[in-house]
Design a protein around this ligand. Structure first.
Ligand SMILES: Cc1cc2nc3c(=O)[nH]c(=O)nc-3n(C[C@H](O)[C@H](O)[C@H](O)COP(=O)(O)OP(=O)(O)OC[C@H]3O[C@@H](n4cnc5c(N)ncnc54)[C@H](O)[C@@H]3O)c2cc1C
Length: 266
């Protein structure tokens, strides 16, 4: 399957698509409150925030008591580091325009995340796009050198994949064509660079996303993943102002945005 043939082969920024968010099943919430003889209402429309509040209030059966607004309720969760409550808020993000080196770092985040990533065995990388490292985006000469190298690799991959396909056909003529292609690609992909674009579907809970933003939005992180963290931060702050209100994007001294977290590792 060819992808991206008509697109610019060089990518300069990641894209984040919020493909999934939660919904509250209000009839079931009403049934629970009725069964327990409780009163509860909250002032947020964001299901993730409602669910996190209900999860927290279940711990102490504090429905209708204590803090009045969802923002106040979740602020107390953050300050008291009752972070497990935030695991009930979940988003599904589709991330594109990132390099294989970025996703190698991303998938090191284990707790609270699930991943599905583009396969270089099934997908023909002959039309692959490449992510320009931020440092090369600011220097014309270095970018040119980088691009020349990528162009060499692109051609080498196409030649090698073709030669490998011929060899696999001779070696295993009985094999279905789809499997032969997989065999050829799984060998030829070994020469693809870290800069090769990939796409990854990531499901994460709010606690895990907060940890990712803290570690990868920091100026100590690699710049490409830091720019991804900034995009994710924009998206999640829009999704849930109350869960992510203490996390902010600011301009670092290096001229790039970064992410700052007030309540560290909730
Ligand atoms: C600036 C930077 C540089 C890095 N450099 C390197 C490097 O050179 N080499 C390298 O290999 N990695 C490197 N890493 C990756 C780093 O070591 C972590 O693997 C990665 O950041 C994921 O962090 P985490 O383990 O806290 O996250 P997650 O896996 O998401 O875990 C979240 C939290 O859950 C808890 N947790 C998760 N799993 C376990 C467990 N098995 N046991 C106990 N507690 C657990 C921990 O409290 C953890 O912080 C770097 C990361 C950063 C941000």
């Amino acid at each position: 399957m060819a992808t991206g043939a008509s697109l610019d082969p060089y990518i300069t920024r990641p894209k984040v698509y919020v493909l999934g968010r939660q919904a509250v099943v209000s009839e079931e919430l009403a049934r629970f409150l009725d069964d327990e003889g409780l009163q509860f209402s909250t002032d947020t429309e964001a299901a993730a925030e409602v669910l996190a509040e209900i999860a927290g209030r279940t711990c102490y059966m504090s429905f209708g008591k204590g803090r009045k607004t969802n923002e106040q309720y979740l602020e107390n969760i953050l300050t008291s580091k009752h972070g497990s409550v935030l695991e009930h808020a979940v988003w599904n993000l589709l991330i594109t325009g990132v390099s294989r080196s970025l996703t190698h770092e991303l998938v090191r985040h284990r707790a609270g995340f699930g991943y599905s990533q583009l396969s270089q065995r099934y997908v023909d990388e002959g039309d692959a796009r490449y992510v320009v490292p931020p440092l090369y985006q600011e220097n014309e000469e270095l970018r040119k050198k980088w691009q020349e190298t990528i162009d060499l690799v692109r051609k080498a991959y196409a030649d090698l994949a073709e030669a490998t396909s011929q060899y696999v056909l001779q070696k295993r003529p009985e094999m279905p064509a789809r499997d032969r292609r997989k065999w050829a690609r799984q060998a030829a992909r070994s020469i693809l660079p870290n800069a090769t674009e990939t796409k990854i579907f990531v499901t994460g809970n709010a606690r895990a996303w907060r940890h990712f933003l803290e570690l990868r939005g920091s100026p100590h992180a690699d710049t490409e993943i830091r720019m991804l963290a900034v995009e994710v931060c924009h998206a999640l702050k829009k999704e849930s102002p109350n869960i992510f209100h203490d996390i902010e994007i600011y301009d670092e001294a290096d001229g790039m945005p970064a992410v700052r977290v007030t309540h560290s590792k909730v």
